[in-house]
Design a protein around this ligand. Structure first.
Ligand code: C2O
Ligand code: CU
Length: 464
């Protein structure tokens, strides 16, 4: 017998919304937002949320009234508009992580736009060129704002995609809460100088281990966005056949079974899961990194088997990312290191007050009107290869704004020629990432472990 606890009710409601089945359109927890000519309103708000057993957590931040930030739906090649209204007492912006937007729409304070103060608004308009799973978050005071909830998933649909029997959108993240369910200090300097400060409560769609229903024998498109400020995951699926169909918004050249697949903050995993035939069978999405395995979310087979086959699933359309001209590519050496120098400048957008990390020996001074010189000035239309080297004993998910790169080779592992915006570089790894500098403007490049980003591991390219 199923216990009708509040949590179970919530889980059921969220499952229906996330899967987009049946009552989702009218459902209170639907969390959908259609791309329309009129702007989608994304208003920041402070709210309460039940993130663990016990008292609700106060000072949780979201876009909208309550509950997790909505899944924003766009269509490849169709104009999208959103109005950010700032309802909280802290300046903010929105960055559309992984979407190749015009520079003015990229959401980085000082570099491309002013802060949006409480009560003010900013209009974002762009046409997403690529289909896939992306996400959105502030780029101001990010450790607190993202740490307290401002991370949402974006689905850019492609009408040409193969048909699935259900879709699940999962926002994976942690929270730093004490036993009383309230926020504790967001970081510890000694951890910021290492792998980062981890959360204490782990959630999927703001729930601990939610369970979603999916049609037995059906093919589920599971889109997971890693929006935590710190945690690196190693993914495995138990109880069903599953294959990776896309990473970071781009189809993978060769599909593969996730077997402790490591992905870091900022990255997105897209899986095709073939649900078991038996009603009630449970499939689990797990993080197997480290010594303690963790079930992140489960899927439960319902109904009579649809008897669909993963092998019948057609390919996803490749995104229109420019082909790199390797015979004529410029080289950009990029070394990630620890530093003891400097202290970052005070910034309205949040400074942690320390410098622990550097790119090419320069620790980023913080979001200031007078940032460091660009890492490189790139010629519009020219191809480049980044020779990136990790001289630290920690992994870093390095994210490039505005342009997608292709992974060419790694000193540490066999790599597919993945197209991506974030590469998780392992300790001592050297990797070559190639891209065409085809988007003019100033484009940030930083580690997506936010404490690393905010204590020096940030720089930018100027494309002109
Ligand atoms: Cu996900 Cu600079 O951002
Ligand atoms: Cu890092």
């Amino acid at each position: 017998m199923t216990m009708l606890t509040r949590r179970n009710l919530l889980k059921t409601a969220v499952a229906a919304g996330a899967a987009g089945v049946g009552l989702s359109a009218a459902g209170k927890f639907a969390g959908w937002a259609a791309a329309k000519p009129e702007p989608l309103i994304l208003k920041t708000a402070s709210t309460e949320a039940r993130l663990m057993d016990g008292a609700p957590t106060k000072n949780v931040l979201t876009y909208g009234e309550a509950g997790l930030p909505p899944v924003v739906r766009m269509r490849k090649g169709e104009a999208f508009a959103a109005r950010l209204i700032n309802g909280i007492d802290d300046p903010t912006t929105i960055h559309w992580h992984g979407i190749r937007v015009p520079n003015k729409m990229d959401g980085v304070p000082f570099l491309v736009q002013p802060y949006v103060y409480q009560g003010d608004h900013f209009d974002y308009t762009f046409t997403p060129p690529d289909a896939g799973t992306f996400w959105y978050h502030p780029h101001c005071n990010t450790l607190i704002q993202m740490g307290h909830g401002l991370t949402g998933v974006i689905v850019v649909e492609n009408p040409k995609d193969p048909a699935f029997d259900a879709e699940m959108v999962i926002n994976l993240r942690d929270w730093r809460l004490g036993d009383d369910g309230q926020f504790i200090e967001q970081f510890r300097p000694r951890d910021a100088a290492k792998a980062g400060t981890f959360g204490t409560v782990r959630t999927a769609n703001w729930l601990e281990q939610p369970q979603f229903d999916a049609p037995a024998g059906g093919l589920v498109r599971l889109r997971a966005a890693l929006t935590d400020v710190t945690r690196i995951y190693a993914f495995r699926v138990d109880g069903a056949e599953a294959t990776v169909i896309a990473l970071d918004g781009n189809p993978v050249p060769q599909r593969f079974t996730p077997d402790a697949l490591q992905l870091g903050p900022g990255q997105r995993l897209e899986l095709a899961v073939r649900m078991p035939d038996d009603e009630g069978a449970i499939v689990s999405l797990r993080d197997v990194r480290g010594t303690k395995q963790k079930i992140l979310a489960t899927l439960r087979s319902v109904g009579t088997s649809l008897k669909h086959d993963l092998r019948d699933l057609g390919p996803l359309e490749v995104n229109p990312v420019a082909e790199v001209d390797l015979s004529n590519a410029g080289r950009i050496p990029l070394a990630l290191s620890a530093t003891a120098e400097n202290v970052s400048a005070n910034s309205i957008c949040g400074s942690l007050g320390y410098s622990f990390w550097a790119i090419n020996k320069v620790p980023w001074p913080g979001d200031t009107p007078d940032p460091a010189a660009p890492l490189a000035e790139l010629k519009l239309g020219q191809s480049y290869i980044i020779d990136m080297e990790n001289l630290t004993p920690h992994a870093h998910p390095i994210h490039l704004h505005g342009m997608s790169f292709k992974v060419l080779s790694s000193s540490a592992r066999a790599v597919q020629p993945l197209v991506s915006d974030t590469y998780l570089i392992l300790p001592d790894e050297k990797v070559q990432l190639a891209f065409v500098a085809d988007n003019p403007g100033d484009w940030l490049l930083h580690c997506h472990i936010i404490e690393h980003q905010k204590t020096g591991m940030t720089s930018y390219f100027r494309v002109a």
